[in-house]
Each structure stands twice: as C-alpha cells, then as structure tokens.
Design a protein around this ligand. Structure first.
Ligand SMILES: Nc1ncnc2c1ncn2[C@@H]1O[C@H](COP(=O)(O)OP(=O)(O)O)[C@@H](O)[C@H]1O
Ligand SMILES: [Mg+2]
Length: 472
C-alpha cells in the first residue's frame, strides 16, 4: 500500500491531522492501521503550516466489524502511517451497493477513482428525498439525472415543475462540453421523448406540452371546495355554498355550482363568485379529467408544467392533484410512484399554512406505507416545513452558503456533523453530499453528466439583449 503521510499534531477519535508525503489531496480516502483494524478516513482539508510543511486533516469514518461500521475507541496514534485507501476497502467500509439493477446511477464517489454510486431504488423512492441547495447550485440538473435513472427503471414518476424546465428532457443533451465528459461516466446523449408525458393547464404559455392538464371537476365535496379557496371564507360565505350544494343534489360541475350561487338572494355571494369564475376560467377542472392511471403509469414520467400560472392556481393544482393521487394510491388504483415537488417551500412553507400543506404532510407521514414517495426540492431549506423535511430519509445537498439554511440542514440530517457545513458551503456544481437512510455515512459524489438536455440553464442576459437588438 502506498504511504501518503504520518499522523502528526492533533488526533481525536473522529479526526486526525497528518504530515502529507507523496500524492494525497482533498477528498481522498486514506487508511491507518489501528487497534488491529484498517480504519478508513477521508481527507477534508490540506494546508501548509508556518514551517512550510504540507499537512492534512482527515475525518475518521471507521472500520467494519461484524457487518457494523464502528469508530475506533481511542484516537489514532501519533506517528501512525497513513496509506492511500484501496478501492475495495472503501467499497466495503462504506457498504456501497455495486449492483446497477438495484440502483440509480448518480455519479462517482468523489475522489475514489471510478467507484460508482448506485442509490438503492427502493429506499430512495419509499423513504422520501430532499434536494437542497442554493439557487443555481445544480438542484434541477441533479433531479434530472435522477429522473433519467427512474425512467431507465420504469418507476412511475410525477414532476411538479413550476418553471417548465423539465420538458427539455425529451431531447438529448447537446451541450458540447458536457458531451465530452460523458465517456468518463460511460453514458451517451439520449432523449426521453417516449417516456415523458408533459401536461400543462395552459397550452398557450406552455406550447411544448403534450396535452392540457385537467383535474376532476365534478361533485367536488364541500371540504374539497373549501380546501382550494384563496382565503378563509366567513360563515356567511360558506353558508351560500352549503345551500347551493344542497340544491344540486350530488351531481354537478363547478359551472352548475357557480350558477346556483348566482341564484342566491344573499349578497355575500358577490364576495365568492369571482373565485368560482377564476376557477372555471382556468379550465383546470373538467367533467372528463385526465385519468389518474394515465398520469401515473409504469414506464412513464409525467411532467406537470405550471409555468406562468398564478401562485394560487399552482397551489390549487398541487392540492387537488396530490389529494386525488394519494386517494387513488391508497385504493390501489394506481401503481407505486415517486412525486417530485420543485420549489417545495412554496407548497409546504415553514410556519405558515398553504392550501397544499395538509396533503403534503399526509404524504410525507404516510406515503411510505403505500409506496408513495415524495421528493422535495428547494433553495431555502429553512423555509420548508420542518416535519416534512425530517421525514425525508435521504438528503441530497449541494452548495449552500446562507447560515440559516445551513442550520436547517444540520437540524434535519441525522449524523451530519457541524464540520460538514464548511464543506457544503464550498461544494462545486458537479458535487453533492448524499446523506441519510441511503448511505452508511454521508458521501461526497461527483454527479454524472445528464444524458438529456437540461432546461434550467441560467439565461445569458447579454446574449438575450443582443438578440432583441438584432430584431429591431
Ligand atoms: N452535475 C453537474 N454537472 C455539470 N454541470 C452542472 C451540474 N449540476 C449543475 N450544473 C450546472 O449548473 C447550472 C445550474 O444548475 P440548476 O440545476 O439549473 O440549478 P438550480 O436548480 O439549483 O437553480 C446548470 O445550468 C449546469 O450547467
Ligand atoms: Mg432549479
């Protein structure tokens, strides 16, 4: 084994410093012989001290005895030799699954050469996921990687896409720089047009969508109706709806309900009529909605493109769609599924009740029993409901520098030590930290390139302006 250093200076159970000798760098995995075991550690930092020596700081991961990953009982001895960790020791100690059939190929273990990371599909889908990183850090890119893998495995997936950025996955990646890097991951450009079905409530704003999204609009119960109102109705206002429903006797559309409310002699009706007008106008609710077993189907990823839709109607759609899907899933009418919620802080905010809060909390709490997986994606972890965040068994974290958000992450990820926060603040776009039920210890992953086209690229303002100038 190649010696790359010697323990020196400070040594604690969970961390040691060493003098670097030979080829060793940040993120490398190393081992030391200690208490009769080969103890694995990862280099977190390299620096040069005042006397010009190159030093490293390594985080102790531990060793596996009787199938259990353990930390040594005493600090590593000063003077112990530090070796470059053989690939097999890394794989064994981190208990990495190398069976592609069971896993989603997310990338390579950072710095361990060509050790693929296959996230266990079953754990990933059923135990819920949170993808957290600041804006532009690569959340949507990575979620795209994971959707590609879910499609390869035919897992039914539904994507709530407020910015309309996932439809581009129908097309192969055409970014030349990225195509050059594909070989290293053993992949090729690929479009997923055959597996993706894109629905949008407004086809004028989303002309590339395949079909108009419609939801069940007949016989909505009083609770269902009250659950989508943009403000809390007064007793009098509710009374008008109750009376109208009584008259309609169980078979009605929203138009029927609106017409009944119009007949009311109570002037409070004018306070609620505009709401019904807007719901009808949106065309979201229909007598013949898109069947739920078309939205959730083996071998299909359905994108719900909400681009350009007002935040209230976005909430209405998410609330109604998720409620319908959860009910259908409980009754076994649709297969197990994975639901991805982009901009999750808008749909399940912290310290505030959104229309969709209840149903999302229900799915986070009970989805696992029914094979209804949830993935929340957000740039503001501190602004997502804490309970929902802690229900997410797997955390995928990319670069975050905001202190409040880092604290929210520390609070919601078991086994994540404060020392990781500095690392999270420094992550480059192609790197992610994966933690939680999916892995024995938090792992830094070099995320693979996308096979399909990424739609969320930051616009180039100068190019856009130049284009507009040309037109005139
Ligand atoms: N794994 C990656 N490999 C290469 N480039 C990436 C990766 N992740 C992100 N990027 C780059 O970062 C940019 C922003 O990513 P994006 O996913 O849109 O950010 P976010 O959704 O967090 O705002 C992308 O356009 C892409 O070029
Ligand atoms: Mg994004």
């Amino acid at each position: 084994m190649e010696v790359v250093g010697e323990v020196f200076g400070k040594s604690e159970i969970e961390e040691f410093e060493f003098i670097a000798r030979g080829k060793v760098g940040k993120s490398d995995y190393v081992i030391v012989n200690h208490e009769g075991e080969k103890v694995l550690a990862q280099v977190m930092e390299m620096y040069i001290n005042h006397s010009g020596r190159t030093l490293g700081r390594a985080r102790v991961i531990g060793f596996v005895r009787e199938e259990v990953l353990q930390l040594p009982r005493r600090p590593i001895r000063i003077g112990s030799k530090v070796y470059k960790a053989p690939k097999n020791t890394v794989i064994k100690t981190l208990k990495l699954n190398l069976d592609y059939k069971k896993g989603l190929f997310y990338g390579f273990l950072e710095k361990a050469e060509k050790v693929p990371i296959y996230l266990d599909v079953n754990k990933f889908v059923t135990r819920h996921v949170a993808v957290l990183a600041q804006s532009g850090a690569g959340k949507s890119y990575d979620v795209g990687v994971l959707i590609e893998e879910l499609m390869e495995k035919d897992v039914p997936t539904v994507i709530i896409d407020p910015h309309g950025e996932y439809g581009s996955m129908k097309f192969p990646n055409d970014n030349e720089d990225e195509i050059k890097m594909m070989e290293m991951f053993g992949i090729e450009p690929k479009g997923y047009a055959e597996k993706i079905w894109e629905l949008a409530p407004n086809l004028e704003i989303a002309p590339n969508a395949d079909e108009k999204l419609t939801l069940r609009g007949y016989n909505l119960s009083l609770t269902e109706i009250l659950g989508i109102m943009p403000f809390k109705l007064s007793g009098g206002q509710i009374g008008i709806i109750v009376d109208a429903l009584k008259d309609l006797k169980g078979k009605y559309t929203l138009e029927d309900l609106r017409n009944k409310i119009l007949e009311s002699k109570n002037n409070l009706k004018y306070e609620i009529l505009p709401i019904f007008e807007e719901l009808i106008e949106s065309g979201i609710f229909s007598k013949k909605p898109i069947p739920l077993n078309e939205i959730v189907k083996v071998g299909r990823a359905t994108i719900i493109n909400l681009r350009g839709i007002t935040s209230w109607l976005q909430e209405v759609i998410v609330t109604r769609l998720l409620s319908e899907l959860f009910n259908a899933r409980i009754r076994g009418k649709i297969p197990p599924l994975f639901l991805i919620l982009e901009e999750a802080h808008n749909f399940i905010p912290a310290n505030k009740q959104a229309l969709s809060s209840d149903i999302i909390k229900t799915i986070a709490g009970e989805g696992r029993k029914f094979g209804f997986g949830l993935c929340v994606v957000s740039q503001r972890p501190s602004k997502i409901d804490e309970d929902v965040l802690s229900q997410c068994g797997t955390k995928i974290i990319k670069r975050i520098t905001n202190k409040t958000d880092l604290e929210a992450i520390l609070a919601s990820v078991e086994g994540l030590e404060p020392t990781f926060l500095d690392e999270i603040a420094r992550l480059p776009p192609q790197q992610a930290l994966v933690a939680g039920v999916i892995t024995e210890v938090p792992l830094f992953v070099h995320v693979r390139i996308r096979r399909s086209k990424h739609g969320g690229a930051t616009p180039n303002v100068l190019e856009e302006i130049a284009k507009i100038k040309k037109k005139f």
